[in-house]
Design a protein around this ligand. Sequence first.
Ligand code: VG1
Ligand code: CO
Length: 562
Amino acid sequence: SPPFPVPPFFLSGVNMSEVATQVFAGQKPGTSGLRKRVEEFMQDHYMENFIQCTLEAMGNDLPGSTLVVGGDGRYGVTLAVDKIIKMAAANKVSKLIVAKDGIMSTPAVSNVIRTQKTTGGIILTASHNPGGQNGGDFGIKFNCANGGPAPTDFTDKIYKLSCEIKSYRICNNLQCDFSKVGTTTFVVDGSHDFVVEVVDSLDDYVQMMKDIFDFGMIKDYLKSVKILVNSLHGVTGPYAERIFGSELGAPADSFLKTNILPDFGGGHPDPNLTYAADLVKAMSEGDYAFGAAFDGDGDRNMILGAKAFFVTPCDSLAVIANNLELIPYFQKNPVNGYARSMPTSAALDRVAQVKGKECFETPTGWKFFGNLLDAGRIALCGEESFGTGSDHIREKDGIWAALAWLQILAARKQSVEEVLKDHWATYGRNFFTRYDYENCESDPCQKMMDELQAFVDDSGNIGKVFTSQSGKSFEVSKADNFAYTDPIDNSITTKQGIRVFFSDGSRFVMRLSGTGSSGATVRLYVDTFEGDKEKQTKSAAEMLAPCIEVALQISKLPTYTG
Ligand code: VG1
Ligand code: CO
């Protein structure tokens, strides 16, 4: 600090410097932003390069822009927030709205972008991927003015810039304490103002939930049943305690892992039967009527009923669609249609058909719902990967999904299992499962996908019969690699997953994940439809085993991945 007293104006004076850098290979955003191992992300200049390219990809929108910044609390978030503040100032951003301590869930950031009408936002998360300094993942993703993840042409631009970058701009002497709510104005190079507004991470989001749901009715319902909520040490902890606890009256023993930890306690912050096994165990042993788990950044959800009755995300989506009118928000806002990602089962389509609504099938990744939501064509959408959401924001929303379920249960006065059984009795049941083969070698997986491409290209395969060990036969009725034409802007996205359909209505899908940080992850999705009431209560494992076996036969996955 200078050896003489300085007036306040000069205290906030900061300077921009241009720092030389070199290209890092592989800064290509995947399904949802750039995700890499912490070790890779924390190399000198690596993060700065990607932030610079993200800002530059905004083009003419960058100077004078307002951006929101928040993250899921994982290792690296506070460092990244500090860098973004310094680099935004140097890149002529006018204002940053920063979450207190850098912590804000992905759906809450989407909400702030929309309500504050900002130019966009930067979310610091690798979502359901593990975190922590040793072996964890870090991630950065850009959302546009509609509050949704940047579309592919934007992320392609980031990647292109990252292959050419020579320098980045930063105000190294800018010091901003974002642990306290308040507004600070900095003057950059004595020429332009840069404002940082640190905001409460919860307030706006909690208010939005109160506007969407009937909290009074849910609060009454929670007087009669016990719930259990697991935040997996991710960002939803404080949101869950405030909403389900302070607002809706659930007692303190309704919460698991609601303290945010930078390494998620060493676990995978992924709400599924494997990584939220503690919730499953507690639910099956206790007398809880409802359970929910959320992922690291708060956009995913898993729903369980009493005795850990599991609701597949595909069914969850269909049930919510079927009961939308029980949620006050949808009594006031039009519901013109629904959408699901291609690998998601067609349970939703059956509801759409009966209700006379449009139903869209999009590629994997929430960004593909954006145009449909903006155009008012859909009000509800979801993915099999534990993602459910609506047009209230432009991200999937874990807490919203749990509240939607509680509202439906409160109104129908039924258990989760009863709601599901009623649903299947009305619409039939779509059995669904997904297998993830993680940490595979990339080359053999690519070869497998090439071979599957050749399989679907060869029309001679239509009519071919494959038989499982148990003796069940499957005749190929159709096969392709999923391509999508956006109904709003007509953009075309190809090669979104190999699909093989069988004449009995079963199907398998195979694709490579776009959220992994190293190697390859193969995803195999299998589903079938069952109209026969007797068979609807069988386990998915039993119902789908023969088709899974045939999928492995056709793809030769065991040979390729070991
Ligand atoms: C996965 C899921 C996809 C989801 C994406 C981001 O992508 O399959 O449905 O939208 O993760 O979710 P991929 O390419 O690995 O299959 V999150 O909560 O990780 O932002
Ligand atoms: Co997520």
